[in-house]
Design a binder for this molecule. Structure first.
Ligand code: ADP
Length: 180
């Protein structure tokens, strides 16, 4: 059984075996949670961008990822929190607009990371609210899509036991808890 838990915290120090990065398709890690993870992992965010792009070339074979495709990089300095891997996924850009297409792209982005966690053999995985920041998707819809994606994943999960959705601000956390 896969448990889904909404928590408040900073994902760069969240003790899950894998954490997910809300990346852009080029893994540039220029702002938001991506920049925070890159800086915390490598010290110099530019170094983590270099590592991510190299990993993308090796794992995907090109210089960008589509929704549902993910890239794995080592946790480096995040290992002191028990984190072993960073899984980069790309959610949809909404700019305030939400529709079926955005939802499908987000569902793919979440499931791609969950399936990679299975492949990596980890028991715990933590996500930020992918697309609910700079990409401007409504937080409530993002949380709802997380719940549905985890529900879908339950049917195929073998090793993953716990999925965390980590909200950074108190306000977002309160709003996320109210989503049914
Ligand atoms: P996107 O471009 O996919 O919207 P962002 O990085 O802008 O990605 O934001 C995604 C979510 O991550 C936002 O809700 C933002 O508040 C949150 N966030 C930012 N920093 C952190 C952090 N250190 N830990 C967890 N969540 C974070």
């Amino acid at each position: 059984m896969v448990e889904f838990e909404i928590v408040k915290g900073d994902i760069t120090r969240f003790p899950a075996e894998a954490i997910v990065n809300a990346a852009n398709r080029y893994l540039e890690h220029g702002g938001g949670v991506a920049y925070a993870i890159a800086k915390a992992a490598a010290g110099d965010p530019r170094e983590y961008i270099r590592i991510s792009k190299e990993a993308m070339r090796e794992q995907i074979g090109r210089g960008y990822i589509e929704h549902g495709e993910v890239v794995v990089t080592p946790a480096m300095r995040l290992e002191k929190h028990g984190i072993r891997y960073v899984i980069h996924t790309v959610g949809p850009y909404c700019g305030g607009i939400w529709d079926g297409d955005k939802k499908e792209k987000l569902r793919k982005a979440i499931l791609g990371a969950l399936r990679k966690a299975e492949e990596l053999g980890v028991k715990t995985i933590a996500f930020p609210a992918v697309s609910a920041g700079i990409y401007g998707c409504p937080l409530e819809e993002v949380v709802k899509t997380f719940k549905e994606a985890v529900e879908e994943f339950r049917k195929e999960a073998r090793g993953v036991e716990r999925v965390y959705l980590v909200l950074y601000s108190e306000g977002d956390y309160e709003r996320a808890l109210r989503v049914v």
